[in-house]
Design a protein around this ligand. Structure first.
Ligand code: KIV
Ligand code: ZN
Length: 507
């Protein structure tokens, strides 16, 4: 399982196993197969598909993934018992990952085994896997809290029993890069078999520790998309891979341009959203607001971007806000075909800053609205999608139902949906159409303000996202909350489509 090229680091993805152990995450069979296909396209060397012994459903998932004909090796996790290993073998996987605790605390309290029993189980399980002709990766669980002498003894026994790879888990994330380097160097004095690393993020060190292990000679890294995993998660695959490529100049099999779409897919299917400031895949990772930054990146991206956003499948975003500079706002407006004079631009920038000072988020819609006020003309926004018709029924004994007619490029499309309320029903119906026609989905919905009495104005702010991960915000204010939602949604969809067509034309 090692590589002949010493600059090649294997990527072992455990999103579907450790990642699924994220509290609150439970993936269906279809979700898991969809993610496995994406991981294989992404180019990871191995996919840990699950723990077949844990349930019949899990066994079925691992079996299905193993027979999906993917390029990545498919791995199943098993404790060091015959029953667990039999369940893994029955799934027809390429690789069995077997583990047993080696730290005093886990041997005594988690599994109730003596060190001698742990040694025996290690040898027996690896020999059993190898007897069945499968590759075997072995993990001394909680390696980083194990007594070094015993850990080395277990690793030597594992190597002798035929393990193809020994994985060192920092199960509760207590290492720092220096101690990790020392530990891997120690283990490497005891065995020749390739070493892998598996880090948890309890102190926010999982990525740094994984990289330190590679510095010390680890040939493989375990990681998960978006850093999902038990408790605080595992090392984030996107961060490990990009650091290996860009900082360390190592190679992996990963097609980095698919990292963002993979992150989006995993966030959607697991329901665990990615924080805005998350490295590489967070919404703000390539967004610039302050004047000096926007001026810098529009002149020379290298000023404030360590890598091109396209390398991870993203685009740069310039944000209007109180820190925004003239050049950034000008670039944002030019992006949608608006060309104010120098004087007008100065005024627009001032108004954006005033809004920001009042603590207001400046959406794309706000920028257009205040630009149109400054330029003294109604900026007729191009419309690709328009509302043809809308009917909503709701009541005490009626399931809220909406039917919507949209006009896209002059053609009419109709869809109906039910929802928990009229707004939900109508937004679902619109999304049903736009998902089929343009792959645009609602990412965020906020009812911003309702003022006054029963005829109050409802202000709806939404964010929509296209399949490439471009996010645009839009807003609408109406006395009718359903109409405000529909208008905001259609504005957002139009912005997304216009932006995409402009980007398409630039190519
Ligand atoms: O964190 C851990 O120790 C694990 C093992 C199963 C390798 O996930
Ligand atoms: Zn783990």
């Amino acid at each position: 399982m090692g590589s002949k090229d010493s600059r090649y680091i294997r990527v072992f993805d455990t999103t579907l196993r450790d990642g699924e152990q994220t509290p609150g995450v439970s993936l269906t069979l279809d979700d898991k197969i969809e993610i496995a296909r994406q991981l294989s396209l992404l180019g990871v060397d191995a996919i840990e598909a699950g723990s077949p012994m844990s349930s019949e459903g899990e066994k079925k998932v691992v079996k299905e993934i193993a027979k999906a004909g993917l390029d990545s090796e498919i791995c199943a996790l098993a404790r060091t018992t015959r029953a667990d290993i039999d369940a893994a073998i029955e799934c027809d996987v390429d690789l069995v990952h077997t583990f047993v605790p080696t730290s005093p605390v886990q041997m005594k309290y988690a599994v109730g085994l003596s060190p001698e029993q742990v040694l025996a189980a290690t040898v027996d399980s690896i020999e059993y896997v190898k007897k069945h002709g499968l590759k075997c990766e072995f993990s001394p669980m909680d390696a980083t809290r194990s007594e070094l002498k015993f850990l080395k003894q277990v690793c030597q026994a594992a190597e002798k029993a035929g393990a193809d790879m020994i994985n060192i888990p920092d199960t509760v994330g207590i290492m720092i890069p220096r101690t990790m380097r020392q530990l891997i160097e120690e283990v490497k004095t005891a065995v020749k078999v390739p070493i892998s690393i598996h880090c948890h993020d309890d102190f926010g060190m999982a990525v740094a520790n994984s990289l330190a292990a590679v510095e010390a000679g680890a040939a493989q890294v375990h990681a998960t998309i978006n850093g999902l995993g038990e408790r605080a998660g595992n090392a984030a695959l996107e961060e490990v891979v990009m650091a290996l490529h860009m900082i360390y100049k190592f190679k992996t099999g990963v097609n980095t341009r698919l990292l963002y779409s993979t992150s989006r897919m995993v966030a959607t299917l697991t329901g665990i959203s990615v924080q805005a400031n998350k490295a590489l895949v967070g919404e703000n990772a390539f967004a610039h607001e302050s004047g000096i930054h926007t001026r810098g990146v529009t002149a020379k991206p290298l000023t404030f971007e360590p890598i091109k956003p396209e390398l991870v499948g993203r685009t740069r975003k310039l944000v209007a806000g109180k820190l925004a500079g003239t050049r950034g706002i000008k670039a944002e407006l030019e992006d949608v075909g608006i060309h104010p004079t120098e004087e007008q631009l100065k005024e627009i920038v001032q108004r954006v800053k005033d809004l920001g000072d009042k603590g207001k988020m400046v959406t794309d819609a706000d920028l257009i609205a205040l630009t149109s006020a400054v330029m003294g003309e109604v900026i007729q926004e191009e419309k690709i999608v328009d509302l043809g018709d809308l009917a909503v029924i709701t009541g005490i004994k009626v399931i809220p139902t909406a039917s919507v007619k949209l006009i896209l490029d002059g053609k009419e499309y109709i869809a109906a949906e039910t929802g928990v309320g009229p707004v939900d029903a109508v937004l679902k119906a619109i999304q049903k159409l736009t998902h089929n026609l343009a792959k645009i989905r609602l990412k965020e919905y906020r009812l911003e303000a309702i003022t006054g009495g029963s005829n109050a104005v409802a202000e709806v702010v939404i964010k929509v996202e296209d399949e490439k991960g471009h996010i645009v915000s839009a807003r609408a204010a109406r006395e009718d909350i359903v109409m405000a939602s529909v208008e905001a949604m259609i504005n957002g969809i139009n912005k997304c489509l216009i932006k995409n067509r402009k980007l398409g034309n630039k190519k």
